[in-house]
Design a protein around this ligand. Sequence first.
Ligand code: ATR
Length: 285
Amino acid sequence: MGDGKRPGVSGAARLAGVMGWPVKHSRSPRLHGYWLNKYGIDGLYAPMAVSPERLETALRALPALGFRGVNLTVPLKERALRLVDEADDTARRIGAVNTIIVDGDRLVGRNTDAFGFAENLRCQAPQWRADAGPALVVGAGGAARAVVAALQDLGVSDVRVVNRTATRAAALTHELGGIPWMWEERALAVEGVSLVVNTTTQGMAGSAPLDLPLDRLPAAAVVADIVYTPLITPLLAAAQARRHTIVDGLGMLIHQARPGFAAWFGVMPEADADLRALLLADLAA
Ligand code: ATR
């Protein structure tokens, strides 16, 4: 634990941060700051407002500035994939980089969103098994791509993708695999599945709830949402009322940050209850 007696960073501090445009809504500085303090690490994790046009300049400056790496958030993740010197298989499949590790003068891109989703699912629904049946992913944006990649890596053989705009579901499944379902048939698409995941913005504070009837969902199915404002979305509340195991979106946010922290600061951090409480208090503020 940090002893609180040596505030701030030294001249030898390890440097990392998050680039976004805007970046002021990012929770990552809080998250990484909590872990730096918890593990007593001499490090700094800075928020960096970088416009898309300046992303290349900003990324190329990282080795010169001695940064160990950065996270990327909206709207920079896809562009970052084209700018790194090397990208891992997951980042290429998802089409986006959310974590960069500086290796000498090279920028190595990774995508840890799939890991974050899978780890959170393992923690919040430990009884769920990849071979228990099909999974239904609602949405076809960047978040959906990460979830589909995660489910495939976990070994789910039938990943159903349903999206309001059918062409996007078709494009996603064409590229990544999975079976597109029509939006109009979404009430039927939950039949027989072991897992439902909302990756759309529906259910977020200020948006309408996701319109997905759960009547045909098997009793043992797990319901996950990647939205975490509010923590219990209307979809999760409806699932809870039907006694399904639910998986909230805050855990994915926490778990996706762990591999980057490990690469930059040398400790694989834990997703502990105090961190969840800190982020929840932050979201409520
Ligand atoms: P991200 O990359 O963060 O996932 P996105 O690409 O904007 O964000 O995707 C948002 C998802 O929410 C999409 O699947 C979108 O559906 P469309 O492809 O039809 O736009 C979905 N979405 C947004 N508003 C919606 C609504 N009112 N009803 C249903 N789906 C909605």
